[in-house]
Design a protein around this ligand. Sequence first.
Ligand SMILES: *Cc1c(COP(=O)(O)O)cnc(C)c1O
Length: 368
Amino acid sequence: MEVRFLDLSQQYAGYRGRVLQAITEVCDKQTFALGPAVAAFEKRAAAYCGVRHAIGVSSGTDALLVSLMALGVGPGDEVITTPFTFFATAGAISRLGARPVFVDVRPDTYNINPDLIEPAVTDRTKAIIPVHLYGQAAAMEAIAEIASQHELKVIEDAAQAIGAERNGRRCGSLGDLAAFSFYPTKNLGGFGDGGMVTTDNDELAAKVRILRDHGQDPRYFYHVIGGNFRLDGIQGAVLDVKLDYVDGWNARRRALAKLYNRLLADSPVQTPLVEAENLCCYHQYTIVAPQRDALKDYLAEKGVGSAVFYPKPLHVQTCFKDLGYSPGDLPVAERLAEEVLSLPIYPELTDQQIHYVAGAIRAFYGAR
Ligand SMILES: *Cc1c(COP(=O)(O)O)cnc(C)c1O
């Protein structure tokens, strides 16, 4: 049996007709930069996330960047975040001349450990960026508490968490601002790059809207220095159609995760812990596996794709060496980088395929 790590073509067949029609409408109107399709998507995406404002932008990376810009983060400022995330979370901080301050993660949820945040706060700290890694919300109440005590802003990195909830509230509504990615492999993926900022704050929303289009309002009158962070009309049209399917897809991901949990219980691998407060959207299903690299090779031999998110934590990346971190500084993230393995979890997988993957994992350890 072959179980590819990800296969978007099966899913495409399910909504192909609707999406092609939506794209054709954008082409017929020639409204490629922002435009009515983006505005329509923004309105529905805001309602979906339970916030007043959603602002379409060019990528998840730019959603983080423009959110930090809207908060006025710049040189001399510090922003607390996790080292166990995609590069862009910290890259956006550094690009504005601010300093990422990395705080270690929890070994069970893989998310930033809220107990370690407060000791990292200084009088230069401006914001916290928790990441809802693999589709599970970070410990937002504890983070909000620290933020309010120290007058910090919170930006959710919700790139992997569309439709995920904490205490019944959707990700994107849990911080001052949130950044989403619509990179094609995300739970809601466009036909190219795209992203979105959500917020309930009218003032911040107005800032983000202006910043994503060079800081102009009206055209050719510049209030602040922004950039070209616009979302394409075609992406807005595609995302508006695909938004209808997200809840169904996420539910199927949860069913697959439940099956993995059952089949891998009492095996040598650690299955992902989802906190009682959370409804996880399983952007990834990530285990902690002894002899991870050998397991990955073995699965590949058996026709099973898997992936490592992420093989090297950010605090020890070459590009951040000036920050002065050393190996050993954030031991949980460093260990996870060596032991995590993400298994296939897209909604089109059959139960039979999950049985096959779990069986192969058990066979790997059984043979040793
Ligand atoms: C995908 C991702 C991003 C960046 O999104 P792009 O759309 O690829 O720029 C940022 N943070 C996290 C956690 C991500 O997974």
